[in-house]
Design a protein around this ligand. Structure first.
Ligand code: GAP
Length: 517
């Protein structure tokens, strides 16, 4: 675990050193849980967004996009339930003065019991080899049974406090923390305050006070911008059910426990799609979107074993199914995307609060109804982090040297091709520029002439550039170059005229999209 934490720290510094992610307002020592994307980060982020947008809007005839404003009429958030219920239960440790989410402390305690069970299983697996029977081991091993019992008891109590009549039972939550002997990781003490609720929305004022300013909110999710535009899009686009509306945009949450770099931010970006369907068909569509979204993730080639679904035990009052897609980060399996069956809750609430009829007239059955909704909601920044974590490698080379390489999927890499003149003379720089001038219309190219070739390769490996080309003396004679592959480091001689054909298909988003069909 400590080793994994070290790797994570290295990834964070790598992101800064190579222009991927900087702390916001860095010269003023940063701003908590707010980050800026640098020259390479913005390219990677844009490519992630393109991959998502095109997989939704280009590959589905019945999905269209919108771009709604961040500021919305304040009643939106009353109707959606965010004003009254978008809260986190918080607890402070009086000795360290650190603040925690009480639900997270309890969930981490449950994860500890699960980890202990897993460790016993792994040990036994090694001992018994092929003869190992996991089901039998789980049913009979004393240490596994003891931890399973503790997990089940805690899980049951947690469910009870989370689903208590009239909202979360805050006193019950504190009691669990005390009974489980959960300590503050900083002070190591159990000197806890009571648990209390904290609303996560940022507020600001619109208009001058003399005019009668009104409180408005920075949107905490992009989804509501879609719901309030359902009628506009359905009517002007003459959309027939089932159909979807996709959107990418910023969202803001005053996260109290903002940790793990860009995993939990106060300003972040979401890619959300609301799929409007006929009531009664929601569980079929839910299953279909689970499969479609998992395929989108696994299509990046990071290995199926690094993903899992986490079906929710506790459903929001308006949802009738919900799951997370989790990715194996260096700090454990963590949510990257949520898929929710939201019933007709949001549209009905907006109909109630706006006084407008928000329905669909079904020409097949001649009836009007409020559509149900399946939502897919993924954080761009979390996706970015999962890609960085999986791609980062400190590689030992056969000659005893090491290199740091980002094995980014070529279609997402910020720079696709680097072109180097071997030396700065004999017309090599001009030839290299000529190659770039020809290829820059097709993919992102970079020119580099500083330092010896080996160092230039290392710099490109560190930003995940899949291909490097070197212009040398022979190039001037026969118009061929060496083409080096980032992952294998193999070099081969190819004609300049072939470069586009070799590289373009490998680095295009289209190549990723084709694998989805
Ligand atoms: N409209 C549904 C919704 O917003 P959510 O589970 O709260 O659902 C969806 O958020 C996704 O947004 C999460 O799976 C995560 O990837 C991302 N996300 C949520 N809060 C975030 C934060 N504070 N920082 C970064 N990403 C966040």
């Amino acid at each position: 675990m400590a080793q994994q934490e070290d790797v994570f720290k290295k990834i964070v510094s790598h992101c800064k050193e190579y222009g991927f992610v900087f702390p916001s307002s860095d010269i003023y020592d940063g701003l908590g849980a707010v980050y800026d994307y640098g020259q390479n980060g913005v390219e990677l982020k844009n490519n992630i967004k393109q991959y998502w947008w095109q997989s939704m809007v280009l590959l589905h005839e019945n999905i269209v996009g919108i771009d709604a404003a961040i500021f919305m009429h304040p009643t939106t958030w009353k109707a959606s339930g965010h004003v009254d219920a978008f809260n986190d239960p918080l607890i402070d440790n009086r000795d360290s003065k650190k603040r925690y989410r009480a639900d997270v402390l309890i969930e981490e305690q449950m994860a500890k019991y699960e980890d202990k069970i897993q460790k016993e299983i792994e040990k036994a697996q090694k001992r018994f080899g092929d003869a190992f029977d996991e089901a039998q081991f789980r049913a009979t091993n004393a240490r596994v049974l003891e931890n399973q019992e503790k997990f089940d008891a805690l899980h049951k109590r947690y469910q009870e406090v989370m689903n208590a009549e009239g909202g979360i039972d805050l006193e019950g939550m504190k009691q669990i923390i005390l009974d489980e002997g959960i300590v503050c990781p900083i002070s190591g003490t159990r000197n806890w305050t009571d648990v209390r609720q904290f609303n996560l929305m940022f507020k600001t004022e619109m208009g001058s006070t003399a005019d009668g300013a009104s409180t408005i909110y920075l949107r905490p999710e992009t989804a509501q911008g879609i719901f309030v535009n359902y009628l506009n899009v359905q009517k002007t686009g003459r959309m027939k059910l089932p159909f979807g509306i996709a959107q990418i945009g910023k969202a803001f949450r005053n996260e109290i426990v903002a940790r793990q770099f860009i995993f939990r931010m106060r300003e972040f970006e979401q890619m959300e799609m609301q799929f409007f369907i006929k009531p009664g068909t929601e569980l079929d569509w839910f299953a279909k979107w689970k499969e479609t979204r998992m395929k989108w993730h696994q299509n990046l080639g990071f290995g199926a074993e690094n993903y899992r679904f986490h079906d929710h035990d506790k459903l929001a009052h308006y949802a009738n199914a919900a799951t997370d897609i989790e990715f194996h980060m260096p700090f454990g399996f963590k949510e990257v995307e949520g898929i929710h069956s939201r019933t007709n809750f949001d549209l009905s609430q907006h109909a109630k609060y706006s006084g407008k009829k928000i329905e669909y007239f079904d020409p097949e059955t001649n009836e009007s109804y409020t559509p149900y909704v399946i939502e897919t909601s993924i954080g761009v920044d979390r996706m970015f982090l999962s890609i960085m974590c999986h791609s980062y490698e400190e590689q030992q080379l056969p000659d005893g040297q090491t290199r740091t390489v980002l094995h980014l999927p070529a279609a997402l890499a910020p720079v696709k091709l680097a072109v180097f003149p071997l030396t700065k003379k004999d017309g090599m720089p001009e030839k290299a520029q000529e190659i770039i001038n020809d290829l820059r219309f097709h993919f992102n190219c970079k020119y580099e002439e500083k330092d010896q070739i080996g160092k230039r390769y290392r710099r490109m490996d560190a930003i995940g550039c899949p291909y490097c080309v070197t212009v040398d003396q022979q190039t001037l004679e026969d118009n061929t170059v060496t083409l080096r592959d980032r992952d294998t480091m193999e070099q081969r001689r190819v004609a300049i005229s072939e470069l586009r054909g070799i590289i373009e298909d490998q680095v295009s988003i289209t190549s990723l999209l084709k694998k989805l069909l």
